[in-house]
Ligand binder design. Structure first.
Ligand SMILES: [Zn+2]
Length: 183
């Protein structure tokens, strides 16, 4: 009976800590372009979410099963709601497309109105590919070495079809890579 109780507690603790960690550690991915920054911020956010989960677990620890389930359900609801709200705030903040660098995200479709690529989190959920692989693939497909002379380069034109290039955006590919790829 005692062992069973310990096992149950481990299960409760796991649910309270692992769920927020899994959910929130995805947030930096929506904002930071590089994998290193993602990793660092995911670790920090993951640790904080785990601690909060542990706090809520401690509150529920000596309560009845019914209260525990209620607290867990409320906690999960709060975790998911706040994740969705944070994600939509981040999406509002990040206006420029990771692939082409133009401020052309469509609010409704979550797709770039210039190069038609989706936001990274949508890709991540549906394809088994790293962000760097995805960016490299799409940028090599989008840009052409021969078009640079005609004004369509990695950083130019500054405005195209009414969309402005984000001056903080950096391509993952280099001109040299593009040249080799197009040869
Ligand atoms: Zn784009």
């Amino acid at each position: 009976m005692k062992k069973n109780r310990i096992d149950n507690e481990t299960l409760w603790l796991t649910m309270f800590t692992v769920i927020p960690v899994i959910v929130y550690s995805r947030l930096p991915d929506a904002y930071f372009p590089s994998n290193t920054q993602n990793l660092i911020y995911s670790a920090i956010i993951g640790a904080i979410s785990g601690l909060i989960g542990f706090g809520v677990y401690s509150i529920s620890k000596n309560k009845t099963i019914r209260t525990k389930i209620l607290i867990l359900l409320m906690f999960i609801t709060i975790v998911f709601t706040s994740f969705i709200i944070s994600l939509s705030q981040i999406n509002k903040l990040v206006k420029s497309c990771d692939v082409c660098g133009y401020e052309a995200y469509d609010k409704k479709s979550e797709e770039c109105k210039f190069c038609f690529n989706e936001r990274w989190l949508n890709i991540k959920n549906s394809e088994n590919i790293t962000k760097e692989e995805w960016l490299r693939e799409e940028q090599l497909f989008l840009f052409e070495y021969d078009s640079i002379e005609n004004g369509f380069g990695l950083y130019t034109p500054e405005i195209i079809d009414g969309f402005r290039k984000d001056n903080k955006w950096k391509p993952i590919i280099t001109i040299e890579e593009l040249k080799t790829y197009n040869e």
